[in-house]
Write a protein that binds this ligand. Structure first.
Ligand code: PLP
Length: 457
């Protein structure tokens, strides 16, 4: 029974935190989260905090679901591990593969990984393998977008478009190209949104023509960019992207790591955005974060080619199809279905969140509040300025770190809200009730008020 201070000292001496300045954190001490229930997390000092980020976009069914713990316990007691390399497999991984196929029309097969990053590494291998099998091995380039997040492995970070990650890691690896993201606030000032969506999609065609269509294998994108700041593209964007990819016979990969399993009010984000991918990466919500699991849903065009003609796929992870992860995923999907969480987000709680976010537009700090399903974002603006048809705001100087100031007010006042620069974002658990959505919105407004007091001073 160590004290919080003792634990914090051990933490800063031994634990390098992801995406964290460990030295700066040591001065302050990490907040130690010790338990959670429903939509609430509690730290070791007893502060109860509304988790507006579902952990890291993953705890879709909320905390404290003993069914998931029971499923893990049963499976661990019976068979904690076996691999799927030796022409062997396990019952939970078979049943989960079949369940995922049932939830994904046109995707009869799945490749399992342990995380979303590994899923995107698998995508790179699968795309190149597919085009080799099809006799077009030159089609090895994958086009992605700036500010996308596709994970932290070498391929995942290369596919991603976070320039600060590239700089630190000597990335991207060869064979990956990027185009600008469909962020209206940044690139579409004053334009009609739908016209901007088509313009942003046309950057893909420009890039394909620059590289030569015969060299391009796939385009990858998150249906709604998440870690980049919840960038919700105009409705015209994905329709146009799909048309362009089909025109040049380029595979479409939807990175569904955040958007999958109900986050946008549909099983898959691509369904909500109205396009049909050839491959879909998933992770997070498949187990609601209770156990690590990821993978790639393989559309029938690719699946049939690689299975019928491709021979052995030289790729795999020790934990591909981990039986405990798969048992937890099955129990998790059962909860999502039984409680109708996808439908509830689509019809009840998602629209309520959207309405509440739109109402934040009257706040003196808030520009461009937007929500879709259970993701939402807004920009903290120095001056809100202009009309609704253009961003028209003046941003804060980045060195002020206003987003981080707001994030701290949120934590101090019982709310997890993430800051991406000066964009504040939420992605709450899908199990939220209507009252809990209202409570989330109340807390957001309160924390914006506290931030406004600071920046006005
Ligand atoms: N893809 C997207 C869209 C993500 O948001 C993430 C993680 O946040 C990943 C991939 C990487 O997943 P993981 O952290 O499980 O490797």
């Amino acid at each position: 029974s160590l004290s919080t201070r003792e634990l914090q000292a051990l933490d800063s001496a031994h634990f390098i935190h992801p995406f964290t300045d460990t030295k700066a954190l040591a001065a302050k001490g990490a907040r130690i989260i010790s338990k959670a229930e429903g939509i609430w997390i509690t730290d070791r000092e007893g502060h109860r905090i509304l988790d507006g980020m579902s952990g890291l976009w993953c705890v879709n069914v909320g905390y404290g679901r003993t069914e998931l713990a029971d499923a893990a316990h049963r499976q661990m007691a019976e068979l904690p591990y076996y691999n799927s390399f030796f022409q062997t497999t396990t019952e939970p991984s078979i049943l989960l593969a079949a369940k995922l196929a049932e939830l994904s029309p046109g995707f009869s097969r799945v490749f399992f990984s342990g995380s979303g990053s590994e899923g995107n590494d698998t995508v790179l291998r699968l795309v190149r393998h597919y085009w080799s099998v099809m006799g077009q091995p030159k089609r090895s380039t994958i086009i992605s977008r700036w500010n996308a997040y596709h994970g932290s492995t070498v391929a995942g970070a290369s596919l991603g478009g976070m320039k600060y990650m590239h700089e630190q890691g000597g990335l991207p690896i060869p064979g990956i190209a990027h185009i600008d993201q469909p962020y209206w606030v940044e690139h579409g000032h004053g334009m009609d949104r739908e016209a901007f969506g088509k313009l942003a999609a046309s950057w893909l065609e420009d890039k394909i023509l620059e590289l030569g269509p015969e060299n391009v294998g796939a385009f990858i994108g998150e249906p709604v960019q998440g870690a980049g700041g919840v960038i919700i593209p105009p409705a015209s964007y994905w329709t146009e992207i799909e048309r362009i990819c089909r025109k040049y016979d380029i595979l479409i990969v939807a990175d569904e790591v955040i958007c999958g399993f109900g986050r946008l009010g549909s099983w898959w984000g691509s369904q909500r955005m109205g396009f049909k991918p050839d491959l879909m990466t998933f992770a997070k919500g498949v187990t609601s974060g209770y156990f690590p699991l990821g993978g790639v849903m393989v559309g029938d065009r690719v699946g049939e080619a690689i299975v019928e003609k491709g021979g052995e796929f030289e790729h795999g992870y020790t934990y591909s199809g981990h039986p405990v992860a798969c048992a937890v995923a099955l129990a998790n999907l059962d909860i999502i279905e039984r409680e109708g969480l996808v439908q509830r987000v689509a019809e009840v709680t998602g629209p309520r969140l959207r309405k509440g976010f739109a109402a934040l537009a009257d706040h003196p700090l808030v520009a461009e509040p937007e929500a879709l399903g259970f993701v939402a974002g807004l920009v903290l603006a120095k001056e809100k300025g202009g009309p609704a048809d253009g961003p028209g705001f003046v941003p804060f100087a980045p060195e002020l770190g206003v987003g981080m100031v707001c994030r701290q007010h949120c934590f101090d006042n019982g709310l997890v809200m993430r800051a991406v620069g000066d964009r504040m974002i939420v992605a709450p658990p899908l199990c939220m009730t209507e009252d809990e959505v209202d409570e989330l919105l109340r807390r957001i407004r309160y924390c914006l008020d506290r931030t406004y007091e600071d920046v006005r001073a």
